[in-house]
Design a protein around this ligand. Structure first.
Ligand code: HEM
Length: 226
């Protein structure tokens, strides 16, 4: 039996249906990824809240909260920095959609760490002591500098700010590398003796920076030349 030739009109309809299916699938993937990021982002807060409620934070709950929120700030900063290299490596462009919420969770934990745990719970808003602490203890000074750098990045994370600032937006947002580096110095100086975890975090940061450097200097010129 011979098959009837498909008309160009039918082909056009098929192509449009396939495109529509692809875009629905893409939107579903983005929604799923975003939901995953929100779950990941809220999990530490819920867990810490639960532990605080159940007296499960050990002998010094304020110190535990200060430490855990500091840890999560670094985790979210590093995960945010991992998005672009991972996207390049996998070709999974949809990942770019979760960079902004991840970055905002990093800022949220940095603010919880600094404003909530340090200023309010630890120092009970004793401003005189706080300024002295920031000025005189180098590990606090660099932590504070890191947080200050993150503030304008969070404020300019909206789509309208990206449009308004144009090329300056990308320049400004390179501040995230400096903030992460300062956060790592802050962590390293804080621990004094057991440097295992700060060195692991510094190693992850070094790999991520090397991946960016490689993509910019080596991979792209080669791709352009071929
Ligand atoms: C991007 C900004 C920041 C990051 C990434 C960060 C990260 C960290 C990390 C990873 C720790 C150690 C947690 C542990 O031992 O498990 C820590 C501790 C601490 N951070 Fe931060 N921090 C930041 C900003 C700040 C700021 C602005 C302040 C206060 C001005 C601050 C004050 C402290 C204090 C007091 C400790 C505990 C020190 C101790 O118990 O000896 N941090 N931070």
């Amino acid at each position: 039996m011979t098959q009837a030739p498909t008309s160009p009109l039918a082909l056009g309809v098929d192509a449009r249906a396939a495109k529509l299916g692809e875009s629905v699938l893409r939107r579903r993937r983005v929604a799923l990824l975003r939901a995953g990021v929100w779950a990941l982002g809220l999990w530490p807060t819920l867990r810490l809240g639960w532990l605080a409620w159940r007296d499960g934070l050990g002998a010094n709950p304020i110190e535990a909260l200060l430490h855990r929120t500091g840890d999560w700030t670094l985790v979210f900063l590093l995960v945010t920095l991992a998005v672009t290299p991972l996207r390049r490596l996998t070709g999974w462009n949809v990942l770019i959609q979760i960079r902004r919420p991840l970055g905002l969770f990093a800022f949220y934990y940095a603010s919880l760490h600094f404003l909530g745990m340090y200023l309010v719970l630890d120092q009970t808003l004793d401003w005189e002591f706080i300024w002295e602490d920031i000025a005189e203890r180098p590990f606090i000074t660099v932590g504070f500098a890191a947080w200050l750098i993150l503030v304008p990045l969070a404020l300019t994370s909206t789509r309208s700010a990206v449009r308004r600032l144009g090329r300056r937006w990308a320049l400004l947002h390179r501040g995230v590398y400096v903030a992460t580096a300062l956060g790592l110095v802050h962590f390293y100086w804080k621990v004094k003796a057991d440097t295992f975890w700060p060195l692991v975090a510094i190693g992850v940061f070094a790999v991520l920076m090397a991946a960016r450097w490689w993509a910019r200097r080596v991979a792209r010129p080669v791709a352009r030349g071929t």
